[in-house]
Design a protein around this ligand. Structure first.
Ligand code: UT7
Length: 332
């Protein structure tokens, strides 16, 4: 019997119905479908427009689908981690709200704020609770309602982000399947290139912060682009090296979906054939913590038990990392 690992036993996703297309953005800022598609690979994104609905509501949709797919009762869930940079409120955290709204009465949960790497941070953390034997049913969610912090007057930033959520159920496996290893990194020096200026304890909300549009994402795209490519490639290689694996043993690369040119650069530098790289940026854009589970959800039917899957991400912080997992099941 091999060591207990945390296997993904179900995956689910949720994207809102409303579409924001490149043609829509052409009417809002000085841009074009051609520029957006050739510079980012994005055609459309989803926006949660329903009044009163927040990040937790997308998380609840994901939890409900996960429970249904895996025939799990809400009371059986022991823990839930929600990766997000767009919590419903500064406190309490979104994980608590999701648990409450989904009837998971016996679980505790908390949020992780690691921007686009949030799902990897949360997955790795949740896996440890399974590996230690402490819990047997842990849900990991990546969810962001980016439209609430996107400045729709800033044409370089507003074109990439969208709303969406995805998640997985983790359960113990002694079959060698599950989360194998992660290399996770952070470097706070990168915060100057990607952040929100106001709303926290450094600069609490005021009339001035609102009028100077400081409650939106600030991004200096070029340095982020460069650091993203290097960070993802380096951590994928580190995970491979310390597990004595070569790149041809990867069945699927699941890169954070921020920009198609970043995805292609990472794949090319690693020398991974394009058909092994999961891509859905065209239809959802960059959903921050949602991108990786949304990719797994979209590609679930193609995955086979035993597939080696390498997830990799880079985001605000800077935060970045890569996680290797062995897929646990064949889709029905
Ligand atoms: O997910 C979290 C991490 N984030 C990322 O990984 C994002 C990384 N960065 C990027 O993906 C890219 O930097 C962006 C997509 C954000 C921007 O693309 P870029 O190729 O770096 O464009 P740029 O900002 O250097 O701008 C190039 C030109 C500029 O014009 P000039 O100065 O050359 O005349 C911009 O004004 O393109 C112009 N431009 C646009 N033109 C039409 C910038 N945005 C637009 C636009 N439509 N939306």
């Amino acid at each position: 019997m091999s060591k207990i690992r945390a296997a993904i036993t179900g995956v689910a996703g949720y994207v809102p119905e409303d579409i924001l297309s490149n043609a829509d953005l052409e009417k809002m800022v000085d841009t074009s479908d051609e520029w957006i598609y050739t510079r980012t690979g994005i055609k459309e994104r989803r926006i949660l427009r329903t009044p009163g609905k927040a990040t937790s509501d997308m998380g609840v949709e994901v939890v409900n689908l996960l429970l249904k797919k895996t025939k799990t009762k809400p009371e059986e869930i022991e823990m839930l981690i929600c990766a997000t940079v767009t919590p419903d409120t500064i406190f309490p955290d979104t994980a608590n709200t999701i648990l409450n709204k989904s009837g998971a009465k016996n679980a505790f949960g908390y949020d992780i704020n690691a921007a686009c790497s949030g799902f990897l941070y949360a997955l790795t953390t949740g896996a440890k609770f399974i590996e230690s034997g402490m819990y047997k049913k842990v849900i990991i969610i990546g969810a962001d309602k980016m439209s609430t912090i996107v400045d729709y007057t800033d044409r370089t930033t507003c074109i990439i982000f969208g709303d969406g959520a995805g998640g997985v159920l983790l359960e113990p496996s002694d079959e060698g399947t599950g989360v194998i290893d992660s290399v996770l990194k952070s470097d706070g020096a990168g915060r100057e290139f990607l952040h929100m200026k106001a709303g926290g304890s450094l600069k609490p909300p005021s009339e001035e912060t609102v009028s100077s549009r400081e409650h939106f994402i600030y991004q200096d795209g070029k340095p982020v682009f460069k650091a993203a490519v290097t960070g993802m490639v380096n951590t994928v290689n580190q995970v491979l090296e310390r597990n004595e694996m070569t790149v041809d043993q990867i069945d699927w690369l699941v890169p954070h979906q921020a920009n198609m040119r970043i995805i292609n650069s990472v794949g090319d530098m690693l020398d991974i054939p394009r058909e092994k790289v999961m891509v859905n940026i065209e239809k959802y854009g960059n959903t921050t913590a949602g991108t990786l589970p949304l990719c797994l959800w979209d590609y679930e039917t193609k995955l086979k038990k035993g597939d080696n899957i390498m997830l990799t991400a880079f985001g605000g912080g800077f935060t970045w990392g890569s996680t290797l997992l062995k897929w646990h099941y064949n889709s029905k």
